[in-house]
Design a protein around this ligand. Structure first.
Ligand code: HEC
Length: 184
């Protein structure tokens, strides 16, 4: 390469630098002018407008009154739903752990305590018993209720499906948890 070519390269580099600097000055100048002298005057939202469109806040799901819903639940339909759990769980007495722990007697069982199963640290962070309330919430969206769980199951959106399933799971036990008295 002769010096003429080097000059061309240096020229190109300098030209680019100049161009960048010019653009930088230009945009700074524009933004300087765009900034209002008194911030807050530029965007005026009428107060009524904000209040007439209430955000659709997610309504927290009410926990069923177990004493009322369980006696009316369809345990046979719940058994049908439980086949989806059987992909990963054995439900029978003395059955093996599969991808997930054996679920015999899971209603009322202390969380993350089934022998021989390696729970995630998220699940093992609590050993509170699996009450109807807890299972109802967990099975809606396992990953939201126990963030970090390795139960990769999307959840059962339908309340009635979960009620029916719990009515069935309750019976899969040596000692089914009693159905509480109705609250009203
Ligand atoms: C894709 C596999 C998979 C499916 C499907 C699945 N689970 Fe699980 N489940 C797991 C795994 C894995 C764990 C262990 C989670 C952990 O340690 O974080 C688990 C844990 C649980 C636990 C906690 C058990 C304990 O001993 O504390 C319950 C309860 C449970 N599953 C219920 C269900 C029910 C009911 C269904 C069906 C509606 C279901 N699972 C569907 C994989 C699955």
């Amino acid at each position: 390469m002769d010096s003429w070519e080097w000059n061309k390269i240096a020229g190109a580099v300098l030209g680019t630098l100049m161009f960048v600097l010019v653009i930088k000055f230009a945009t700074e100048a524009v933004f300087e002018h765009a900034t209002p002298a008194k911030p807050g005057y530029a965007v005026e939202v009428p107060v009524e407008q904000a209040s007439t469109t209430p955000a659709a806040a997610p309504v927290a799901e009410a926990i069923p009154d177990w004493g009322t819903v369980l006696p009316k639940a369809d345990a046979a339909a719940g058994k049908e739903i439980s086949t989806r759990c059987e992909q990963c769980h054995d439900l029978s007495k003395g059955g093996p752990n599969k991808i997930g722990p054996n679920l015999w007697g899971v209603v009322g069982r202390a969380r993350a305590t089934h022998p021989g199963f390696e729970y995630s640290s998220a699940m093992a962070a609590s050993h509170n018993p699996w009450t109807f309330d807890e299972l109802f919430q967990f099975l809606k969206s396992p990953g939201s209720y126990v963030p970090g769980t390795k139960m990769s199951f999307a959840g059962l959106r339908s309340e009635q499906d979960r009620i029916n399933l719990l009515a069935y799971l309750r019976t899969q036990s040596d000692n089914p948890v009693p159905i509480p008295a109705p609250k009203k």
